[in-house]
Design a protein around this ligand. Structure first.
Ligand code: FAD
Length: 502
């Protein structure tokens, strides 16, 4: 190949349209992008909770926040509330920003651990601005203190929005089902795909966004699969949408059930719900009863079953094919990481874009980065299952007693002894996230960092009180979450700033 001029994207779900929009925005008319999608096959239709870096992706596309929220019926997300994970009746919050105030040597939780020994009764959660804001159902504040946040959005709306942008920037959309893939007889590179209509679409780089089907990367190129279902036992989900019964809260809820867990994602106009479970422990009838008995609002769709396998494609990029989204691997949505992985791989591809031809060194680097990135996230998700004290079902006992990856074992051991946690290389989740989940699920370190002992009891108590008072002030200073959204949308209409900032 001399010069890469045409990219063909197979699949028009979130992955396909994110890739199309980002490539068109970055390269403009210097590259031709054609996206093929099949209305008859449709998309997976879930994937509505995100993490903060999605804001960078929207910035890349120059999406105005108000226009975006309007188009996708979006809401804000300050983190995730976990219920029943450590033990039945527990709850804790995984916020998107640090607790309290940090020192460079020791994170806030070391101070909290010592304060606790001295009689502090407040939970770690109470020292997080994002958590307190979320629980008070508020968003934004007049003090100008920035909260770290992501969004909840309607998955179909997001794909539609991106499609509109991409098409305006020159991406060609072709509707139809791919029924055949032609490869070069010697190199095995993909040369074209053929649609049911008989049309042949050629290209130099193919992006597989065909969802769980993995039409190019697996069905054609047989890249192979690394299975993680022995660590992450869930293999089924049931998804259902309900009417809203109250204004949307600025956080996702994840409630552990006797097998698996239930999500609740509030949008402006409805709520997305679902149950993730393991078919070895629960059949579909029981899963449906568990989900439907625990809904707040009236269902507006029938529960939709989704089957999945947890693991990753051995190579996300092979020959002239890069896989993105569900075709590249799957980790259950417990920490809303899939869209983020799509985003990162798109950025990575753009940075390494093989304009002058595909080099194996490029492919190897890409695959190495993807591998370590997803493995770190995998460990973080396993942590939620493994660190539990639940005795009410064999499922949770099995999760607690299972072998875990050495990398995770090391993190748990280190934290249990010293409260120390390190973020490694290109790891997505920071010390804040690990700490929130470990302490939230009852893993309290045996000791705290010695630097904390430089503060005497009275000063430590005063510091804890100051942090709480400061948070209480900021939280009381802001509007309710839905008022903030409304103000933002109204301000956009009249081109003014909203009264409070996020
Ligand atoms: P899909 O949406 O399945 O799209 C596949 C596309 O390929 C479709 O357009 C289809 O028509 C097309 N296609 C397939 N075969 C052919 C063919 N032969 N010819 C032509 N076109 C074809 N992620 C998050 O970040 N947050 C979440 O909260 C979250 N929740 C999830 C909950 C569940 C239960 C599941 C299963 C996933 C969740 N995800 C979540 C993941 C998220 O849904 C996906 O990462 C995201 O939607 C991207 O999907 P996709 O575009 O890869 O695949």
């Amino acid at each position: 190949m001399d010069k890469l001029e045409k990219v063909v994207i197979v699949g028009g779900g979130t992955a396909g349209w994110m890739a199309a929009a980002a490539l068109a925005k970055t390269f403009g008319p210097t590259i031709n992008v054609e996206l093929i999608e099949s209305d008859a096959i449709g998309t997976v239709g879930v994937g509505e909770a995100t993490i903060p870096p999605i804001r960078n992706f929207n910035l890349l596309l120059e999406l105005d926040e108000a226009d975006f929220l309007r188009a996708v019926n979006g809401t804000f997300k300050l983190g995730i509330e976990f219920e029943n994970w450590g033990e039945l009746g527990d709850r804790y919050f995984h916020p998107f920003a640090p607790h309290g105030i940090d020192t460079w040597a020791a994170q806030f939780h070391h101070y909290w651990l010592r304060a606790r020994q001295a009689g502090e009764s407040a939970a770690l959660d109470d020292f997080s601005m994002e958590t307190c804001m979320a629980r008070a159902n508020r968003f934004g504040n007049k003090s100008g203190r920035a909260a770290n946040y992501a969004y909840h959005f309607d998955a179909t709306g997001y794909a539609r929005l991106l499609r509109g942008l991409a098409e305006k920037m020159g991406v060609v959309r072709s509707e139809g089902k791919v029924i055949d893939v032609e490869q070069h007889s010697e190199s095995g590179f993909i040369e074209s795909v053929r649609l049911e209509s008989g049309r042949r679409i050629t290209g130099e780089l193919f992006i597989d966004c065909s969802g769980f089907r993995a039409l190019l990367i697996e069905q054609t190129l047989g890249t192979g699969w690394e299975d993680w279902s022995h660590w992450l036992r869930s293999d089924r989900a049931l998804a259902v949408q309900t009417e809203s019964t109250r204004p949307p809260v600025p956080y996702t809820r994840s409630t552990a059930r006797s097998c698996g867990w239930q999500w609740k994602i509030p949008l402006q106009h409805r709520v997305g719900n679902g149950l993730v479970y393991c078919s070895d422990f629960m059949d579909e009838d029981r899963a449906a009863r568990t989900l439907m008995d625990n809904l707040e609002g009236r269902p507006i769709t029938d529960p939709r079953p989704i089957r999945f396998k947890t693991g990753r494609r051995r190579q996300q990029w092979t020959k002239n094919c890069v896989s993105l989204g569900l075709s590249s691997g799957f980790l259950e949505p417990l920490e809303s990481t899939s869209i983020h992985l799509i985003q990162n791989s798109i950025i990575r591809l753009i940075k390494m874009f093989p304009r002058a031809g595909i080099e194996q060194a490029n492919i190897d680097q890409f695959n190495r980065e993807v591998e370590s990135e997803i493995e770190y996230i995998r460990d973080f998700i396993i942590l939620h299952y493994h660190v539990n004290q639940r005795t009410d079902s064999p499922y949770w006992t099995e999760c607690r007693e299972m072998d875990i990856p050495d990398s995770l074992r090391h993190k748990i051991d280190l934290f249990s002894r010293s409260g120390v946690i390190f973020r490694e290389n290109n790891e997505l989740f920071s010390e804040v996230s690990w700490t929130a989940v470990m302490i939230g699920q009852g893993l309290l370190p045996a000791s705290y960092h010695p630097v904390v002992d430089r503060v005497d009891d009275a000063n430590l108590a005063a510091m804890m009180a100051r942090v709480k008072a400061d948070i209480a002030h900021v939280v009381s200073d802001g509007p309710s979450h839905d008022t903030y959204i409304q103000q933002l949308l109204d301000a956009r209409r009249s081109n003014q700033q909203p009264a409070a900032s996020a």
